[in-house]
Write a protein that binds this ligand. Structure first.
Ligand SMILES: NC(=O)c1ccc[n+]([C@@H]2O[C@H](COP(=O)([O-])OP(=O)(O)OC[C@H]3O[C@@H](n4cnc5c(N)ncnc54)[C@H](O)[C@@H]3O)[C@@H](O)[C@H]2O)c1
Length: 302
């Protein structure tokens, strides 16, 4: 029996955070595998530009952009409805939108920034699963849901504190949702990227990050969005038919080496000397303020 490995022919996918980085690379791989894709992102300018580029490269009519804030339930419902109404169903959801979130020492974090971080990366994933699964159940042909977590979910100091906590929640939501949705033939898996060279990771300091990564990441390759997209495409396709409830590491061996090396990510230090909110590449400005340097313990002591 011949099989069309990796094919997503005539499948419909929704990709959140699809205007940039890992999401955009995944959109490209989904299209190349034969899928139709609804790209949902908060950054409308980047999303529209990307769809125009895809059309010029021969994917006309196969990709559609929709402005969405994944933390807003009615907008997520609309996103899934578009896939069903315009592309005739929903087979794959990639819940991938993300930001840097609240950064700084725990004693400085603002509740509002903490809640915004969880709203995007945990509530957003919950809503994507909830409404993606509802649409899939209605059609009755099963499906595959993939959530972006992070190596930061699996250790301390793999990322900013609030960010890491949202990603740890994603790993658990993935397992529980997979168990619940198995009877509907809907698979749910998570992917944990390592250090992937996107704007969100290096914030314009790619060369600096590359130097540090050289010392701590076993693989000599630079982590690129395509490395994650390949895993997501595998999880989306029938090649992974018996894979559900799992968390797949794609990190060039970084976690195997231990995360206690020097973490090159901006916002991650034993105790950062700045705090605020990193809105990632959404087009919203970041809100960051510097903290006073911590007083030397010996200062003022007799
Ligand atoms: N780059 C890395 O090293 C790395 C490592 C581990 C995990 N991740 C995760 O991978 C995912 C993609 O990150 P990336 O590196 O490609 O970043 P990116 O900034 O290139 O892409 C993220 C996209 O998400 C969109 N977005 C943010 N908030 C949104 C919201 N509320 N609603 C809709 N869209 C929103 C942004 O506009 C942007 O287009 C994120 O969840 C991130 O946490 C990245």
């Amino acid at each position: 029996m011949s099989r069309d490995f990796g094919s997503l022919q005539d499948r419909t996918a929704v990709v959140t955070g699809g205007a940039s980085g890992i999401g955009a690379a995944t959109v490209e791989q989904f299209l190349a595998a034969g899928a139709r894709v609804v790209i949902g992102d908060m950054n409308a300018e980047a999303g529209e530009r990307f769809v125009a580029e895809l059309s010029e490269r021969g994917h006309q009519g196969k990709a559609r952009f929709q402005t969405v804030d994944v933390s807003q339930e009615e907008q997520v419902v609309e996103l899934m409805d578009i896939a069903v109404a315009e592309f005739g169903g929903l087979d794959v959801v990639f819940n991938n939108a993300g930001i840097g979130g609240a950064i700084g020492p725990i004693t400085e974090l603002e509740v509002e920034h903490w809640d915004q971080t969880f709203a995007v990366m945990t509530r957003g994933v919950f809503l994507g699963i909830k409404h993606g699964a509802r649409a899939m159940q209605k059609a009755g042909r099963g499906g595959s849901i993939i959530n972006t977590a992070s190596i930061a979910a699996l250790s301390g100091k793999g990322g900013p504190l609030a960010y890491s906590a949202t990603k740890a929640a994603v790993v658990n939501i993935t397992m529980n949702a997979a168990v619940e949705l198995a009877e509907s033939n809907i698979r749910v898996n998570a992917v944990c990227p390592g250090i992937i060279f996107t704007e969100l990771m290096h914030r314009g300091r790619a060369a600096e990050a590359e130097q540090v990564i050289d010392k701590i990441q076993p693989s000599t390759l630079r982590g690129e969005p395509e490395h994650i997209a390949s895993m997501v495409r595998f999880l989306a396709s029938d090649d992974s038919a018996f894979v559900t409830g799992t968390t797949q590491l794609v990190d060039g061996g970084y976690l195997a080496n231990g995360l206690l090396g020097v973490n090159p990510l901006p916002g991650v230090a034993k105790r950062p000397n700045y705090t605020g909110m990193n809105h990632g590449t959404t087009g919203q400005g970041n809100e960051i303020r510097f903290l006073e340097p911590k007083a030397d313990k010996s200062e003022g002591q007799a």
